[in-house]
Structures are given as C-alpha cells and as structure tokens.
Design a protein around this ligand. Structure first.
Ligand SMILES: [Zn+2]
Length: 289
C-alpha cells in the first residue's frame, strides 16, 4: 500500500513561516491499495490539497475523480473539528458522480451523517445541507473491534481514550503489511492498555499522536492527547518497525518538532527499542509499505 500524508497538525491549522517544513494543515492521510482504490483517514484541512492532487491526476488512483468517476472510502477517527473541517472544501464532493463511503466513529450510520450534516448548517457554511453536494455519500457507523474490507485493505478498529470521549484507531492490512493510524490517543499516566498494545503489535508503520512535550503533558493529561514519550513507550511495547510522529501541537514550530523527534529516538534507545525507526510526519510525506 502507498501512504501519503496531507495534514499533520492537531487542534487547529497552523500555517506560517515557523511551520513550513512539517506543514500547518490538520490531520489527513491517504492510503492507496495495490488495486488503486483510495482510502482517506480523517478529513482535516489536509484533505483540501488531496482533492487538488486527485483532480490533477498526480496520484496513482484507479478512478478519474475529475470526470465524476471518483470512488473513495473515508475512515473518520472522530468528529472533532480538526478532523472534519476540510470536508466542505474537498473538491471531489462537488463533482456529480463521485462516490464516497464514510465510515465514522458512531453507533449508527445516521449519527455519522448527522455529524457532517450539522457542519453544513447555514450558521457555519453556505452549503446548507449535504444534499447540495454533487457526490453520492454513503455512511457507516463503526465501533471498536469491527473488521471490514475496503477494496483490497483489511480494516480493523480499536477505541482509544481521548479526554472525556474516545476516538477510533485503525489497523489497515494488505499483503502481510500493517499500518496503524492512532491520532488523538490520550492514555492514562500508566500508559496504553494491553489490548491497545496488542492491536499495534509488530505493525510495519505506526502513525501516532505526539501532541506534547513531557512537560506540557504534565499539565494537560486530561485533554486526551499523547506526548512523544507516550508514543515512544507504546511503540517500544508493541515492537513496531517505524514510528511516525503526528498531530503536533499548533504552537510547536518546526524546530520544536525536530527536537521532539530526536528525543523520541533517544527514548526508544533507552527502552531497548533501537530497531524502531522514528520520523516526524510532514505534508508531502510518502511511505510505501
Ligand atoms: Zn485532533
């Protein structure tokens, strides 16, 4: 599978000269399987440049999105604003003939639809309603421990704590390779639960929340996000191949992220997990798994 990163920032977009290298868009990652099907994880503002790339045909997807033949699946970890705010600006949704299947973190399909319908409310958007979009959209509610197939991808879900609420982590497998997406993970001070570690076990790539420094985490544990030390700890326990830090605090400059990646690598060494590579996710990053 081919993984592309379009947005790496948590909470709000953070454009500007100090965030140019990693990027200022909020979370969006795409996965293209060996059949060329597009699967999108989260719809932060990073989905906007993804839409542009699809219309420019600069990605190896099977379907022609510009000609109204686009067909994509979306996995939505949760409905917080930074994970949905790019959706009304994703160009293919305005093209009649586009088909989207949105699998959201909710008990029912109706609740996923209501979440995105609310975003179209005229108080927030000139679109008024999802019905004004050109795309045909199908909704599915997903809870934890669900397994389903997306084209050639085998997808499983796991619930992670996130402050007073929860998010879904997604495990995506194809041809014996495994990607885990775990954004907005807020474990307790004692670390990730054992079943979460097992869910991540031996993944080739773990894209993991790394919002805070340990000093910030001391003061903000109740917000339900990870520090780079939390990410290192769970990656070491799970024995993952590559840890990709993600969902950076909006106030962290590129230089701070550089330092966090370096210190995360040091922590992995200290934990005896030196074979786990660590990198910082950036807009434009491509990983072939
Ligand atoms: Zn977030």
């Amino acid at each position: 599978m081919r993984v592309d990163v379009w947005g790496v920032r948590g909470s709000i977009p953070a454009p500007g000269p100090t965030t140019n290298r990693y990027g200022g868009n909020t979370p969006c990652v795409s996965v293209i399987d060996t059949k060329g099907h597009l699967c999108v994880i989260d719809m932060g503002t990073g989905i906007v440049p993804l839409g542009t790339a699809l219309l420019q045909k600069s990605l190896p997807v099977r379907d022609d999105f510009g000609a109204g033949k686009g067909n994509a699946t979306v996995l939505l970890s949760h409905g917080h604003w930074d994970h949905i705010q790019g959706f009304p600006f994703f160009a293919p949704v305005f093209i009649p003939g586009t088909k989207l299947s949105i699998f959201g973190n909710a008990r029912t399909a109706d609740r996923v639809e209501a979440l995105l319908e609310g975003q179209m409310n005229p108080q927030f958007s000139p679109i008024y309603t999802l019905k004004n979009l050109g795309a045909t959209i199908r909704f599915e509610g997903v809870r934890e421990h669900q397994c389903f197939r997306v084209s050639d991808l085998e997808v499983s879900s796991m619930e992670l704590p996130h402050g007073e609420t929860s998010v879904l982590s997604f495990q995506i497998k194809e041809q014996g390779k495994t990607l885990i997406y775990a954004s907005d993970a807020g474990y307790s001070a004692s670390g990730a639960p054992d079943d979460v570690v097992e869910f991540y076990r031996d993944a080739d790539v773990l894209i993991h929340d790394s919002t805070y420094t340990p000093e910030e985490q001391e003061l903000r544990r109740n917000r339900g996000l990870s520090s780079y030390l939390d990410a290192a700890a769970v990656a070491a326990r799970a024995g993952v191949g590559k840890l990709v830090l993600f969902h950076y605090d909006q106030d962290h400059s590129d230089d701070i992220v550089d330092e966090n990646v370096r210190l995360c690598g040091q922590e992995l060494e200290r934990l005896g997990a030196g074979r786990t590579e660590v990198v910082g996710a950036f807009e434009g990053m491509q990983i072939d798994i």
